[in-house]
Design a protein around this ligand. Structure first.
Ligand SMILES: Cc1cc2nc3c(=O)[nH]c(=O)nc-3n(C[C@H](O)[C@H](O)[C@H](O)COP(=O)(O)OP(=O)(O)OC[C@H]3O[C@@H](n4cnc5c(N)ncnc54)[C@H](O)[C@@H]3O)c2cc1C
Length: 599
């Protein structure tokens, strides 16, 4: 029985008008599927189609070609295309992550509104609410936990909303008396980070804090909190949000900023995507561009377990002394085959300065010859920051850093980092994260940290993402992070540990392309055991909402820590009937796992 049928049947329909909409937490909601009698009629869908300027489409998954005929040419071409994030992004029926063993599998919505503006989004929100439909919102489609994907649903698809406008004197609405005009960039909510970086950095020589992966959506990342390679200097991406235009569950187009709907504004900064409203537009702070950015990349292999233990111990001390500051971000990897892989970036150092930083560590390695092999020679240096996302410059100088969209009609700017290529069309086996408190870098804790990293690396690859923990960042970056909904643990962490494993494109039911369930379960177990070694030294560290376990235990505490109660209040105020539902989102515990029925 759907909500309206229930109300009619119980004679309660007349009562509903007495309740202000935003207080009508209705316990009896059950959302309808196409097979249910309450599913909207063809005429009703036609009225939505007209209301959104003809931009309602039925959604088909390109994966269907393989399910029906795995040997067909269409299926072969799918398994080529599915390694291209732009192909995936252009297709409403598929997602960047194809699924997660024992958790979820990507499945298309029934219909999608290919929204062009906030009014299209409002029409979709009203239609879904009035017809008891499961609603889902997709931007860049990069959710690991499948939160932009729901079968039997109506999808708000923002892919075409990617206008990018730079302003020199932006003042958030109604903030004229409190905020001085500042540089800002306003983007449609379907914009992906590469489009923002191209406009702001490559074309306008300025900086906006976004994400590392170029094809992640701006709206999804900002609502996650969001980190980019240079977040150790500039802080969280969400902390740079100045204003959002959104559509709330009552269908109203609203502005959220520090002066207008400030509770909602705060919740959008890290409270999780697809939870509080559908975002149509975002305005982000723009800053001056530093002169240089660069990196340090190399791999060292230890010849024995003992030597590897010493290497990790040495690196931990070296990190604290030389790298634990706002210049250095990105990653160090520790692996079962006793390798330490450094792939770090820096901002604000020239080549000579960056090389000098690493010299003591390289000297130590040289003095310990026999114990270590340098598997890939150190590449340490700098480049002009303004070319960081400049496709032509990179092609000329560093031709191996980007992969390109090879479709014949592709925009030449459709690129993604080589380092992210392994996760295109990925099937997750296991994925966990943990903020590592900076107290572990103290002299008397370094041994404990090094031992935990060694123990964890016995199970599987362990990554420390230094740019995703803000200890060591400038006070302003930390203060602005505290004014977001993210778990405050981020401010005291020197890094986010990520341990994850998965496989390339696969889908249940496609012969020769099935996910390897047995291997996946074993890998998930190893991921969990490895992370438990780190949890032993960082108990209660918390996890990053967008890069965490589908099965995260006590997820509200993990993702939002002391902010969870305030987020629950915002959710109750603006979406009491849970129209915006995502797995492990604020308020999701009141719903069945598919978001179709209130528990
Ligand atoms: C390969 C890869 C690399 C990544 N790298 C980074 C990184 O460097 N730094 C980092 O911080 N994170 C990173 N992430 C995590 C990423 O930031 C999150 O998964 C983010 O939520 C993805 O946003 P999206 O728009 O691409 O994805 P989607 O799956 O489209 O959206 C994610 C969530 O946001 C919601 N959402 C999207 N658009 C809207 C909207 N307009 N209104 C309301 N809700 C919306 C969706 O409903 C969904 O719940 C990475 C993920 C992947 C797969």
């Amino acid at each position: 029985m759907n909500r309206r049928t229930f109300l009619k049947g119980s004679g309660a329909a007349s009562l509903v008008t007495l309740w202000p909409h935003n207080l009508s937490a209705n316990p009896a909601i059950r959302r309808v599927r196409p097979s249910d009698p309450g599913w909207p009629s063809k005429n009703a869908w036609k009225s939505l189609h007209d209301a959104v300027g003809g931009n309602l489409m039925s959604v088909e998954s390109p994966i269907n070609a393989c399910l029906s005929s795995p040997d067909s040419a269409d299926c072969k071409s799918l398994f080529v295309n599915i390694k291209n994030p732009y192909y995936i992004g252009d297709n409403p029926g598929v997602t960047q992550t194809l699924g997660w063993v024992d958790a979820w599998t990507t499945k298309p919505s029934v219909y999608a509104v290919a929204a062009r503006n906030a009014q299209d989004i409002a029409a979709a929100v009203n239609f879904a609410r009035d017809n008891d439909l499961r609603l889902v919102v997709k931007g860049g489609g990069h959710s690991y936990q499948g939160t932009s994907n729901a079968p039997d649903s109506l999808l708000i698809w923002t892919r075409y909303m990617h206008d990018v406008t730079i302003q020199n004197d932006f003042v958030p609405q109604n903030c004229q008396t409190t905020h001085a005009p500042q540089s800002a960039v306003t983007v449609g909510s379907g914009t992906i980070w590469f489009q923002a970086y191209d406009a702001v950095t490559t074309k306008a020589s300025a900086y906006v804090q976004g994400g590392g992966c170029t094809t992640v959506g701006v709206a999804g990342l900002i609502q996650s909190g969001g980190f980019g390679s240079f977040s150790k200097h500039y802080g969280m991406a969400a902390a740079g949000l100045l204003e959002a235009e959104i559509v709330t569950a009552d269908g109203k187009v609203r502005i959220a900023n520090a002066c207008t709907n400030p509770d909602l504004f705060w919740a959008l900064k890290g409270g999780g995507g697809g939870t509080f409203a559908a975002v149509s537009r975002l305005t982000l702070r723009v800053r001056d561009l530093p002169q240089f950015a660069g990196g340090a990349n190399f791999t060292v292999k230890a010849t024995s377990d003992d030597a590897y233990r010493r290497l990790i111990r040495q690196f931990v001390g070296f990190y604290r002394d030389a790298l634990f500051n706002d210049h250095w971000g990105e990653q160090a990897h520790f692996s079962p085959d006793n390798k330490l892989e450094i792939s770090m970036v820096h901002v604000g150092l020239d080549t000579e300065q960056s090389r000098k930083v690493w010299q003591p560590f390289r000297d130590w390695l040289a003095q310990s010859s026999g114990a270590y092999t340098i598997e890939s020679e150190p590449r340490i240096g700098s480049m002009p920051f303004r070319h960081w996302w400049d496709v032509d410059w990179r092609k000329e100088h560093h031709h191996d850093v980007f992969k390109s969209d090879s479709r014949s009609d592709a925009n030449p700017n459709n690129v993604w980092w080589n380092g992210d290529a392994g996760q295109v069309g990925w099937v997750v086996w296991g994925f966990e994260s943990l903020w590592m408190p900076a107290s572990l870098l103290k002299d008397n804790s370094q041994e404990k940290l090094a031992n935990a990293l060694f123990a964890a690396s016995r199970f599987t690859d362990v990554e420390l993402h230094f740019n995703k923990g803000l200890a060591g960042a400038p006070p302003e970056a930390i203060a602005s992070a505290r004014d977001t909904a993210m778990n405050p643990a981020v401010c005291d962490a020197f890094a986010l540990a990520i341990i994850a494993d998965g496989q390339g494109p696969a889908y249940p039911g496609i012969a020769n392309h099935e996910p390897d369930v047995a291997k996946g379960r074993k890998a998930a177990d190893n991921v969990h055991r490895a992370m438990n070694e780190l949890r032993a030294v960082a108990p209660g560290g918390g996890a990053y909402v967008s890069e965490s376990n589908f099965f995260e235990s006590d997820f509200p505490r993990s993702y939002w820590g002391s902010n969870q109660a305030r987020l629950a209040e915002v959710k109750k105020k603006y979406d009491p009937d849970g129209l915006f539902f995502v797995h492990n989102g604020v308020g999701s515990e009141q719903w069945t796992s598919d978001g179709f029925a209130r528990r």
